[in-house]
Structure formats: structure tokens, C-alpha cells
Design a protein around this ligand. Structure first.
Ligand SMILES: Nc1ncnc2c1ncn2[C@@H]1O[C@H](COP(=O)(O)OP(=O)(O)O)[C@@H](O)[C@H]1O
Ligand SMILES: [Mg+2]
Length: 339
């Protein structure tokens, strides 16, 4: 690949500060991905600039006109506080015929809407927990097809926002209360799903047409306090102290039968295609003790920092971080041939 001018596009809070060494550990987490990616870009010999998005598109258009990047490295995860507006930003890039890394607009639309994704995948016979949506301003009446316990989630959210131990409900009264909590705090519909007891497995996928399925990764929650339900709550995902205290860690999924491994590979491929994903993604499952797999969600543009699941899984099969970033850039260019 010839030398690239890479415009690293982040949400404003993800900008690398002037003096990265002077910030606290918590603040470092905010721009860690951009720091990792730009380090890799440098070691691959590319030029880069960063741009923070907040609530205007004009700066993006101006920078593209002035600096003429060859590709945008898309790390935007919100626009005006909305996580699902990232899809509009890539749509805009597509209209400008500007190559970008990661997922295309259609894939982002399909995958980031948990309900829509599940509806599409049901057609493709992918097993997902039974679910029901509860729109705002409507009485909560649970369908007879659903069995408690249920987990109540926020329709258009990610990163475990709104997920805590209180999300698991055991009766209709508690369900109604939690649905109300979601409506009041997130101003969007709630989704209740049958709670699936089991292990938490993540599968990274890289590619546009030809797909590379990474080895399954697992979030180990077995050392949580006995009374806690084993789910990735907001605290499990983001609180470093809590993670340390309870031995929460990510790593290669061990003790998986060949049958389950093959199934994971086959289903991940099918899901990636059915949801029109491109670039790279991470697909999340629950795996029950008797070997049944349930699709939870597909994350388009998952965290691509060097120590997260995707990069670690890639590294485990010999694709080091620089090669991963190189691959992501070339997939972005290849996708842009469709424009
Ligand atoms: N049906 C389910 N059964 C068991 N656990 C679930 C279920 N749905 C979600 N979870 C738990 O909640 C976490 C967050 O749910 P998820 O749908 O992935 O939302 P987010 O977009 O916030 O990551 C999951 O990683 C998993 O631990
Ligand atoms: Mg998730």
C-alpha cells in the first residue's frame, strides 16, 4: 500500500490531547484507541491528522477539502451524544466518495438496532433469545410466549448502558418497573429478552467479501460474587477496580468442543453477511451448558484498541496490531470501489 494520508475521525471526547502523558488513567481510556491506531499508522509509514466530531459536519468537509486525506479512519462512536448517529457520518462520507474504515452505513443501521437485527436473523434461522419490545407511552403487558427471568435493555444503546443487576427481572411487576426506568432515563423503547444462563462468548470477524473469523474469546465472570447474575453490566465493562477485585477478564475461550467451534464460525459468517457488515465486527453470544448458542448482538465497529477482544484475538493467530490496522485500511479502500 502506498503512503496514506489518514484522517483519524473521533468523537470529540476521544481526541488525543497535546500532552498525552499528563492525563489521569481514567482520561487516558477516552483516547486510548486513537493513540493505538495512530501509533500503528506511524509505524506503517502513513501520515495522519485527527479530527474530533461534536455536532457539526462542516469541519469534516473542510478538512477533507483542505488536507485531502486518502482515507478516513472512523473511530466516531457518537454525535451530539447519540451513539447511533455514527451511521449518518459514514453515509455522509459515502456521499462524498471518501473511503473510510470499518462498517458501511447499511450494516451500521442493521446491527446497531438490536430489535431489527434480531428480526433479520430470525429469518436466517439464527437462534436468539425470545424478546418483546415495550415502546414508550404504552401499558406493559408481557406476552405469554416469554418466560421469566427476563433481561431488560435499552433499545438503541450500546456499551452496556442501562445494564445492571436490576436489569434481570423475575415477574411482571418488576418488569414494568424496569421498563419505566428505561423509558424515563433513556427516552427510548425498552427490550425484554429471555435471560440465557451461560458463558459469554465473543467472535471477531474481519472482511468485506472474504471473511476471516477470529478464534472465540470469552468474558470470564465466574469469580463474581455468588449472588450476582453473570452478565456484562456497566460496572463489569467499565470499572477497572471492580474488574480487578472480581477477577473479570477476557481471554481465549477454552474447553469448547470442535462442534461448538465450527458452529460459532459458521453462524458468525452467516450473521455478518445477513446484517450487511463490512470492515470488522464482533458478534456476541451466550453459550449454554448443553452447547446451545444464542445470538445476543452484533457490534459493528467494535473497540479496536490494541488490548481489546478483537485485536487480542487477531494477535493470537499471528496478526499483530500493525497488520490488523493495515488490513482495516485496505478493506476500507476496497469497499470504496463500490461508491
Ligand atoms: N438474553 C440475555 N441473556 C443473558 N445475558 C444477556 C442477555 N442479553 C444481554 N445479556 C448480558 O448483558 C450484556 C449487555 O447486553 P447487550 O445486548 O450486549 O447490550 P450492549 O449493547 O449494551 O452491549 C451482555 O454482554 C450479556 O452479558
Ligand atoms: Mg454487547
Amino acid at each position: 500500500m502506498r503512503k496514506q494520508r489518514v484522517l483519524v475521525l473521533v468523537s470529540e471526547s476521544g481526541l488525543i490531547p497535546q500532552d498525552p502523558d499528563a492525563v489521569s488513567e481514567a482520561d487516558f481510556e477516552l483516547f486510548k484507541t486513537a493513540a493505538d491506531v495512530t501509533r500503528a499508522l506511524e509505524s506503517l509509514g502513513h501520515d495522519w491528522q485527527q479530527l474530533g466530531m461534536w455536532d457539526e459536519l462542516a469541519p469534516l468537509r473542510d478538512r477533507i477539502a483542505e488536507w485531502k486525506p486518502t482515507i478516513v479512519f472512523n473511530l466516531v462512536d457518537q454525535f451530539r451524544y447519540q451513539t447511533f448517529y455514527d451511521q449518518h457520518i459514514v453515509s455522509y462520507l459515502e456521499l462524498l466518495r471518501m473511503p473510510f474504515t470499518g462498517c458501511n452505513p447499511r450494516g451500521l443501521v442493521l446491527a446497531s438496532d438490536k430489535v431489527l437485527a434480531k428480526k433479520v436473523l430470525l429469518y436466517h434461522r439464527v437462534r436468539t433469545p425470545r424478546f418483546q419490545t415495550f415502546p414508550m407511552h404504552r401499558r406493559v403487558k408481557v406476552s405469554k410466549r416469554l418466560g421469566f427471568p427476563l433481561i431488560v435493555k435499552v433499545h438503541l444503546q450500546e456499551a452496556s448502558a442501562g445494564i445492571s443487576q436490576a436489569s434481570i427481572v423475575y415477574n411482571e411487576q418488576a418488569l414494568a418497573k424496569r421498563v419505566q426506568f428505561v423509558h424515563e432515563n433513556f427516552h427510548t423503547a425498552a427490550v425484554a429478552e429471555e435471560y440465557i444462563e451461560g458463558r459469554e462468548i465473543y467472535v471477531g470477524v474481519i472482511g468485506n467479501l472474504r471473511l476471516q473469523i477470529l478464534p472465540p474469546w470469552e468474558l470470564f465472570l465466574d469469580k463474581l460474587p455468588a449472588e450476582a447474575t453473570r452478565i456484562a453490566t456497566e460496572r463489569v465493562k467499565w470499572n477497572l477496580k471492580y474488574q480487578e477485585k472480581h477477577g473479570i477478564r477476557l481471554g481465549p475461550a477454552r474447553r469448547l468442543s470442535d462442534d461448538v467451534r465450527h458452529k460459532l464460525e459458521r453462524i458468525s459468517r452467516r450473521i455478518y453477511r445477513a446484517l450487511d457488515l463490512s470492515g470488522y465486527a464482533r458478534i456476541d453470544y451466550r453459550l449454554t451448558d448443553d452447547g446451545r448458542l444464542y445470538f445476543l448482538e452484533a457490534n459493528a465497529n467494535p473497540d479496536i484498541s490494541s488490548d481489546e477482544e478483537l485485536a487480542s484475538a487477531a494477535k493470537s493467530i499471528g496478526m499483530d496490531y500493525d497488520r490488523l490496522i493495515h488490513k482495516v485500511l485496505s478493506l476500507g479502500h476496497r469497499w470504496a470501489r463500490n461508491f
